[in-house]
Design a protein around this ligand. Sequence first.
Ligand code: PBG
Length: 306
Amino acid sequence: MSRHDLIQPLFVIEGKSTKIPIDSMVGINRLTIDLLVEKCKQLSDDGISAVALFPAIEQDKKDHEGSEAINDNGLIQRAVRTLKREVPKLGLITDVALDPYTTHGHDGIVNQSGDIVNDRTVSMLVQQALSHADSGADIVAPSDMMDGRIGEIRNSLEKNGFINTKILSYSCKYCSSFYGPFRDAIGSSTNLGETDKSSYQMDIGNGDEAIREASLDISEGADILMVKPGMPYLDIVYRLKNNFSVPIFVYQVSGEFKMLNCLAGKDKAYLTKLIIESLVAFKRAGATAIISYFSESIVKILPSSN
Ligand code: PBG
């Protein structure tokens, strides 16, 4: 377990010199690009290897199709270009999914009967991934769970000369209740209303499906696999590790962050112990790297290398 194993998720907003706290996630703010740069310089100096960027899009830029997602001059695209220039050594992971951009809060395009239209969504995701790669993203991370998107994204990246852009596939993303605080952070929870994502995220009781999804994604060209959430799904991390030779990332999601914070209350020393135990458990199960909201607070007490 070392500093390089840690990835920090960060939320980006439009504007200047502004940070907006996320009520459901203590200590986590949404940052404008200038403050994001400062934060990333610090993280990189501390030894964090990469950040995962998520946009909180203004309501008036959202629409039914999530078309702002493919705007080459959109918030994420500008953030990536700026960070690549200002903090070149820090790895940048971008989220490929439509939920921050849609008025209904789903990861894909929804038809009149409320179903997600897979193929039209995939063509949007391909354009979104290309736009991120073109801005300088090192890793594009489809978190949407549509069928066939890894192959399509891989083909278009290759065709357009982005041969070094890696694909981190959220292969095993469960339809979990642990994402609640994140949905507040990007503002998709009110939009989602009473609907859920069970038609495209995985059934929490199904472990074998993880293996099937992962092998499909690898055959379509994924470089790295993601398991999400983390702690309740350590068996999945372990199974992937035993079945495949690609790197496995695990996402300690917003609900897990909140859970540990609640348990520790104001006791900082106790929180540190809880964080370390949870991170060590991910490594023990077989994770290569960990996306955690705790990365920034814990990085300095870890060794620089294994
Ligand atoms: C969806 C997405 C989600 C998270 C990251 N990207 C969850 C969802 O709404 O299904 C959750 C991360 C977290 O809870 O920390 N594209």
